[in-house]
Design a protein around this ligand. Structure first.
Ligand code: SOE
Length: 386
């Protein structure tokens, strides 16, 4: 276990600089005692190019980085199939690990990573950053205060359209890279994580129905980045079969009898990155939308059409402490990662994991277990117990 003195700078390396790696970098650069010292990419040339572009001192292969004693923390921002082997290698090299979701492609791999991190006494976390929007934290705080009452039902959706066209392509469409599930593992994991996190409830059974809207897609002959929006010409691609879900609807049952349903889609025209959750309780109903993250709709029987909480100054302390610049200066997507990493790096400085504070490998394992049961349910066309 690396014991850091409070005055020490903590050095991080980022592995993979496609879409989300730079988001990790920007967030880390807002934490005073953290330095992003290293960058790893698929080739030394690409690592050097990206390190120069992003202003990171050291560029190396993943294996070289693991040998660098100056690197304390590794951020795994590579495609899903690399999360398990790279997290395992980093832990074995004595590095703390913050891994993108999903933590692995299989629950048993995540279980092994959790056990290894605990055995090594290293800090471990998964980038379930949506927990760090102040109004998501407000929902949790109101529920904990009993303001919701008994929870009757949970409705949720996470809708995107970056895979809407048959010519939209990404490594997430390839099961050997992304795993057996796509939309559920990629974004359903965020929705189901905050569902249990905000409600404090545990899922007990799922009934899933998948659809693959585009049974074939046009795979580009050269790789393109997530959200790149590049359009292809006929000579640029080959037609390949697709078997993972573009769209999923899942009925939910919780251990206390609460019911729910979620819809996850990456082919919903016009919905760029829209998570919506509505929690109906016996005293009030809360609704939050990630496209209007600084508003929380609070519905009550005695008030027509509910009201919007928009002033963070009126929020519970647990929410208010996540506000970077008080006084109505909105929090955004980049702020959530900064807030998550602040908690994780504080634990690294303290030299001890803070279970239950930030989303750790146990949260990553939980989402993989739920995801695998959802995939099993879709295949069996039947309810599956978790
Ligand atoms: C693509 O669906 C993606 O980048 C996800 O992988 C991220 O987790 C989400 O935050 C935004 O969309």
């Amino acid at each position: 276990m690396l014991t850091m003195k409070k005055t020490d700078t903590i050095n991080a390396a980022i592995v993979g600089t496609g879409f989300i790696g730079p988001a990790h970098l920007e967030a880390l650069r807002r934490i005073p005692y953290v330095q992003v010292l290293g960058l790893c990419e698929a080739s030394p040339e690409l690592a050097a190019e990206k390190a120069a572009q992003l202003g990171i001192p050291r560029a190396y292969s993943f294996e070289e980085m693991l040998q660098d004693p100056d690197i304390h923390v590794v951020h795994i921002c590579t495609p899903n199939f690399l999360h398990y082997p790279q997290s395992k290698a980093a832990l074995l090299a004595g590095k703390h690990v913050i891994c993108e979701k999903p933590l692995a492609n299989r629950a048993e791999e995540a279980e092994e990573l959790l056990a290894l991190a605990k055995e090594k006494g290293l800090i471990h976390a998964v980038h379930f950053n949506l927990r760090y929007y102040p109004m998501v934290r407000q929902m949790k705080a109101l529920r904990e205060k009993g303001e919701l009452g008994e929870i009757f039902a949970v409705l949720g959706s996470y809708l995107q359209d970056w895979l809407f066209l048959q010519t939209d392509y990404n490594w997430r469409l390839e099961p050997d890279k992304s795993g057996d599930s796509r939309a559920i593992a990629d974004i359903g994991s965020h929705l189901l994580d905050i569902t249990e996190y905000v409600t404090g409830l545990s899922l007990s059974e799922v009934m899933a129905d998948f659809s693959t809207v585009h049974k074939t897609r046009y795979k580009p002959l050269k790789a393109i980045e997530t959200y790149s929006g590049k359009t292809l010409q006929p000579e640029d691609y080959e037609e390949v079969p697709i078997h993972t879900e573009d769209h999923a609807t899942v009925l939910l049952r919780f251990t206390n009898g609460t019911k729910g349903s979620v819809t996850v889609s990456q082919v919903h025209a016009g919905r760029k990155n829209r998570l919506n959750i509505e929690i109906a309780g016996s005293k009030a109903n809360l609704e939050w939308n990630s496209e209007r993250p600084n508003e929380l709709w609070i519905g009550k029987r005695e008030t027509a059409n509910g009201h919007l909480l928009k002033d963070p100054a009126l929020a519970e302390p647990a929410a208010g402490q996540l506000i970077s610049f008080p006084g109505g200066h909105n929090e955004g997507f980049p702020d959530t990662s900064k807030q998550l990493f602040k908690e994780v790096y504080a634990a690294i400085r303290e030299g001890k994991p803070q279970e239950g504070q930030y989303p750790d490998f146990a949260a990553g394992l939980r989402e993989l277990i739920i995801c695998e049961k959802i995939v099993e349910s879709a295949k069996k066309d039947a309810w599956v117990r978790i």
